[in-house]
Design a protein around this ligand. Structure first.
Ligand SMILES: Cc1cc2nc3c(=O)[nH]c(=O)nc-3n(C[C@H](O)[C@H](O)[C@H](O)COP(=O)(O)OP(=O)(O)OC[C@H]3O[C@@H](n4cnc5c(N)ncnc54)[C@H](O)[C@@H]3O)c2cc1C
Length: 210
C-alpha cells in the first residue's frame, strides 16, 4: 500500500495535534528534536538544486501501523489543508522525503509486514515499509529469492522503491521495478483506497511521477 503525497500550506495547530493524537496515540510526535530528525534524508543536495527543494522543519511526525489510520490522516489533511510527506527509509537522497515547513511526515516503517507469499505463482504481497533485505530473508526460507532489488537493500523499503522508481541488481534480466509490480493499493488524496493493476497501474505510475 502506498500513500500519495499532496502539496499544501501546512499548519499543525492545537486542533490538528489533538486529532493526530486521537488517531496515532504515542506514534505521533511534535517535539522539536523528533521533527528535526525527520526533516533530513541521507543525501546532501547540490547547492544549485537546494533552493528549489522546499525544505523546512516538519510540523509533526506520525507512524501509521494500518491502512485505516492513513485514511483518517488523509481525511484530516484534506480538512485542515495539511501537507503529507510519505517516508520510507529516506535513502533516496533526492529530497522527496524533505518536508516543507509544517508538513506532516508519515513514517511508513511500522507497516513492514509480509502479508502473503505464493510459492507456486512466485508472488509476494507486502506492506510498504518492509525492508528489502528482511523480505529477501523471509522468502529465502520458502526457497524463493528476489528477482531484483536496489543496492540499498539493507535499508530501503519496497514502498519507497515503488514511489521513487528505478533499477537495481537483477534489472539487466528483469527490467525496472515498475515492470515487476502486479498491483498496488493506494490511499488517494480524496481519502479513498484504490487497487491499481495492469494498464491502470502503468498509467497511474506515470501521473504519480510527473
Ligand atoms: C547506497 C545506496 C544505494 C542505492 N541503490 C539504488 C539502486 O540500485 N537503484 C535505485 O533505484 N535506487 C537506489 N538508491 C536510491 C534509494 O535507495 C531507492 O530509491 C529506494 O528505493 C528508496 O527507498 P526508501 O524506502 O529509502 O524511500 P525514501 O527515500 O524514504 O522515499 C523515496 C520517495 O518515495 C516516497 N515514498 C516512500 N515510501 C512511500 C510510500 N509508502 N508511499 C508513497 N510514497 C512513498 C517518498 O516521499 C520519497 O519521495 C540507492 C541509495 C543508496 C543510499
Amino acid at each position: 500500500m502506498i500513500l500519495q503525497g499532496v502539496k499544501r500550506m501546512s499548519v499543525v495547530n492545537q486542533k490538528v495535534t489533538s486529532r493526530l493524537q486521537q488517531i496515532f496515540g504515542d506514534r505521533m510526535k511534535v517535539d522539536l528534536i523528533e521533527r528535526k530528525l525527520y526533516s533530513y534524508d541521507v543525501g546532501a543536495l547540490p547547492a544549485l538544486i537546494k533552493p528549489f527543494v522546499p525544505a523546512g522543519v516538519a510540523g509533526a511526525v506520525v507512524r501509521p501501523m494500518e491502512e485505516a489510520e492513513i485514511v483518517e490522516l488523509v481525511g484530516l489533511a484534506k480538512q485542515e489543508k495539511l501537507q503529507l510527506v510519505p517516508r520510507g527509509s529516506s535513502t533516496s537522497g533526492y529530497g522527496g522525503v524533505l518536508p516543507a515547513k509544517g508538513a506532516v511526515v508519515v513514517d511508513l516503517s511500522g507497516m513492514d509486514k509480509v502479508i502473503a507469499v505464493d510459492s507456486t505463482k512466485k508472488i509476494v504481497r507486502v506492506q510498504p515499509g518492509v525492508i528489502w533485505e528482511q523480505l529477501q530473508k523471509q522468502i529465502n526460507k520458502q526457497g524463493l529469492d528476489l528477482r531484483l532489488y536496489p543496492t540499498s537493500l539493507p535499508a530501503s523499503t519496497v514502498g519507497g522503491w515503488l514511489a521513487q522508481g528505478g533499477s537495481g541488481f537483477g534489472s539487466y534480466e528483469f527490467g525496472e521495478f515498475k515492470e515487476n509490480v502486479l498491483a498496488a493499493r493506494v490511499v488517494m488524496p480524496s481519502g479513498e483506497s484504490r487497487n491499481f493493476s495492469g494498464q491502470e497501474l502503468a498509467d497511474y505510475r506515470l501521473s504519480f511521477q510527473n
